[in-house]
Design a protein around this ligand. Sequence first.
Ligand code: DHB
Length: 352
Amino acid sequence: MEQRVRAGVLEQGSVDLLCCSGLGERLQREGMRHEGIELRFDREAHRVPLTGLTGRAITVYGQQEVVKDLIAARTAAGGRILFEVDDVRLDGLDSDSPVIRFRRDGRDEELHCDFVAGCDGFHGVSRGSVPEGVLTTYERTYPFAWLGILAAAPPAVDELIYANHERGFALHSLRSPEISRLYLQVDPDEDIADWPDERIWSELRARLETVPGWSLNEGPILEKSITPMRSFVVEPMQWERLYLAGDAVHIVPPTGAKGMNLALADVALLGDAFAAWYAEGRTELLENYSRTALRRVWRAQHFSWWMTSMLHRLDTQDPYEAKLQSSTLRYVATSRAYATSLAENYVGLPEV
Ligand code: DHB
């Protein structure tokens, strides 16, 4: 969990939440505040001044660093986290005392609960524990995937570059002054074995070195993987005593970096709702959880779909569609109103 390289962009609200929860110490020290992003298309570079347009910023800090900080904080607070458990099942979700059953060290164990927070990811068991017919699924798959690398190369950028190129999308991000994080749009059935390091660098150069005087810094590739892209939402996000959060109920394509931020926003709502119930016996925040969370979820669904559609190339893309994409990018690059719309979604809308 602590090693797996995942997303890396925190919205301002996510940073504020982590800091308020006592998780800001390393984040403040190691996180990198960014006040803009660059859009690269038609062999030109255009900066979107996120902070100039919204007053807010994003922070680059790896998701696995957030996970490390969360595990450390929970452990320091005397909380128990059970790792390496198998065969997890949820029972009695429609009673006042649901039970989580699982196997640990070869023995059957049970956890008796007031509520179950299903934060177990897209492939977890929580969502599947809701009876058939209760949930409605909304989804879209995309005819491409992202090949991501982590490289021991000083980033050739101060801010992230999102590039639309005729060979496909590319993204230049970073993790530290010495480590670059880069992505390439590839076919969804692509095998990582067909992507030796030199092929990756050559494709990144072709898609990113499109403006005069700019070149990529290369170095040893430390990690590489291919991630499929999908949009997915299940409604409602709650059934009886089960409250679903994060990838267990919604997935966004990575363009726009919303996945981790949405998960944090869900658990922030849920945390307040549980606190109100335990401290004062109030139920309205629990009752409103799904409706409130889904407003942000759908805003992020639209934004991620829009960024994805604007920046990726489809094999089947007809010339008309390519012209529309180029016009949309130019509109973002030249209209303060449209750029502000991108920026406020990118840094995260405080109230949705
Ligand atoms: C990163 C990932 C994203 O999906 C994105 O839009 C920007 C940056 C990253 O891993 O750094």
